[in-house]
Design a protein around this ligand. Structure first.
Ligand code: GLY
Ligand code: MN
Ligand code: MN
Length: 543
């Protein structure tokens, strides 16, 4: 009997040890998140408080929710991977009723055996202190019940917009309720906060000279067409009706007064500070981001080997994502784009429903999200393994532009440097190929910018100031010639984007996605390689 018990014990013990080994442990460390909170706190003015909300869990249909994804700023500061949390950071030490001091509180989902049986484990407040390293944690409901006295602070910072557009009633302390209680506690009135468009116009009005007034008026009218709330804005109406110098100056004065009013709740400080912090990656972040990028590059390689004209866009997407899962990736960083021929001209094409890629070029823009960091890699390859003459001419032009763009990605260069050089090379090349009539002709064949920051978000925040070491940006020029374009029809349906993820260093750019072939020759060579996937044949279900 004893033997049986000890056998059961040993079995359970080893199973539980085994189970512990089976979950990923290479997320950002608690020390990373703590240090990030300390940096943010050091930037906050005295007697201020920052409140950052987690993402809500959104409903998909009936009793099925969307897969949860954490808000990146919240994750950056906490490492908490559940919905319905709130981080409160104080610039100065606070003292509780027992005389204990603290500078932060993380509000988390309450432990609940039934909920955990259905939806998975919750960390809870004790474990949050242990594994996330926050000094104080409470149940989220306490944010509502024993609300913080926000009025004693000279400023309250929130991270941009509230995510209370949706109410999920399955919990008693959902983001909607948490935001509602925050609004009550701070007397928050959205009417006090002019929209971005309004602030932009108010600023433009306040700064314009008398000579510039007619330009401002036409800008206002353009904005009014897009943002109807501007039509009802009394200050803007007053300005538009001002018909002499004194009245214009009076209207300008009125705008300046509104801009000068300081609100208790500030919506822009946090996004600005966090963008500047997130632009520069630590070594720990770079390790995860590099892994996400390498996984995505390997996905591209496997598809280059496996691709055949009879395959569908969705099947090719599946091969990329299968490679991601083999590496333990939880999700894609953004919906995968696999577009053959003309579909490649749709910049964010995600239907991926063409049933045969045929002999077209296939544009594949995908990124694995590894431990919250996402890659963003695009390769464009000929489905049958060989570029046609026209496809190759366009491909090689995009490649030439991208090479120059990557070369321009150096410390101290303006953020737009890679964009400018890629545009210049592509315009010249399109003219030489006879696709446009002049180097400076207006066209829509390269309608997007070349670069964005990359990190927790695919379009990561950053300052867009001069490029800095340890930030990662994409360089992704493209040429898209949809069917029916005003050029020789031999070019129609050709779409090429080449996108690599570039680490900026003091020693120059490092291409983190270079593993996936980039030149037209190297792609053809890789496509000639055999793939084990070609022998993975499933039974036909067609009658
Ligand atoms: N995958 C989106 C982008 O390239 O920006
Ligand atoms: Mn991109
Ligand atoms: Mn992309």
């Amino acid at each position: 009997m004893k033997i049986v018990y000890s056998l059961i014990f040993t079995l359970c013990f080893s199973v539980s040890l085994f189970a512990q080994d089976q979950v990923p442990t290479d997320f950002l460390s608690k020390e990373f998140h703590k240090e990030r909170r300390d940096v943010l706190r050091s930037k906050m003015p005295a007697n201020s408080v920052a409140v950052v909300f987690a993402n809500p869990l959104r409903n998909r249909a009936n009793d099925v929710d969307y897969v949860f994804h954490q808000d990146p700023n919240f994750y950056y500061l906490t490492g908490y991977r559940e919905p319905n949390g709130v981080l409160v950071l104080f610039s100065d030490e606070q003292t509780d009723a027992n005389g204990n001091t603290y500078t932060e509180i993380l509000y988390v989902q309450e432990k609940n055996a039934t909920k955990e049986m259905w939806d998975g484990k919750r960390l809870g407040k004790e474990e949050a202190i242990k594994t996330l390293g926050v000094s104080k944690a409470k149940n989220a409901i306490e944010f509502i019940i024993s609300s913080i006295n926000f009025s004693k602070f000279s400023q309250v910072f929130i991270d941009g917009k509230f995510k209370d557009d949706y109410r999920n009633t399955s919990n008693k302390a959902e983001i909607f309720d948490l935001v509602e209680s925050f609004k009550l506690a701070t007397n928050y009135n959205p009417k006090d906060y002019p929209s971005k468009a309004k602030v932009y116009l108010y600023n433009a009005i306040a700064k314009a000279t008398i000579e510039e007034q007619s330009n401002i008026v036409s800008t206002i009218k353009k904005y009014q067409a897009y943002y109807p709330e501007l039509l009802e804005d009394a200050i803007i109406q007053n300005y538009l009706q001002a018909n002499d110098k004194t009245k214009i100056e009076d209207a300008q004065q009125q705008v300046s007064l509104v801009l000068g009013v300081k609100q208790l709740v500030d919506v822009s400080f946090l996004p600005e500070q966090l963008a500047a912090m997130r632009e520069i990656k630590t070594a720990e972040e770079l390790k995860l981001l590099t892994k996400a990028i390498r996984i995505s590059a390997i996905g591209q390689i496997e598809v280059m080997k496996a691709m055949q004209p009879h395959m569908s866009e969705a099947e090719l997407q599946g091969i990329h994502e299968f490679v991601y899962k083999k590496y333990g990736v939880a999700y894609e960083g953004y919906p995968s784009i696999v577009g053959a021929g003309n579909n490649g001209c749709i910049l964010h094409y995600i239907e991926n429903d063409r049933t045969k890629v045929g002999n077209d070029l296939v544009l594949m823009d995908l990124g694995a999200e590894y431990r919250a960091y996402t890659a963003d890699v695009t390769r464009t390859i000929p489905a049958n393994g060989k570029f046609t003459k026209e496809q190759k001419l366009i491909y090689d032009l995009v490649f030439k532009a991208q090479e120059a763009g990557i070369k321009a990605t150096v410390v101290g260069a303006p953020f737009r440097a890679p964009n400018n050089i890629t545009k210049e090379i592509i315009n010249k090349g399109l003219f030489e190929l006879g696709i446009i009539d002049a180097v400076d002709a207006r066209h829509n064949y390269y309608p997007h910018g070349s670069s964005h920051y990359l990190g927790l978000d695919v379009h990561d925040p950053g300052t867009r100031g001069n490029l800095q070491a340890n930030s990662v940006i994409t360089v992704e020029p493209g040429i898209y010639i949809p069917d029916g374009s005003p050029c020789d029809e031999k070019w129609w349906g050709i779409a090429v984007r080449i996108e690599d993820d570039i680490l900026i260093t003091e020693n120059g750019p490092v291409n983190l996605s270079a593993e996936a072939p980039r030149t037209s020759e190297a792609i053809e060579e890789m496509m000639a390689q055999p793939s084990v996937l070609n022998s993975f044949v499933l039974p036909s279900l067609d009658d």
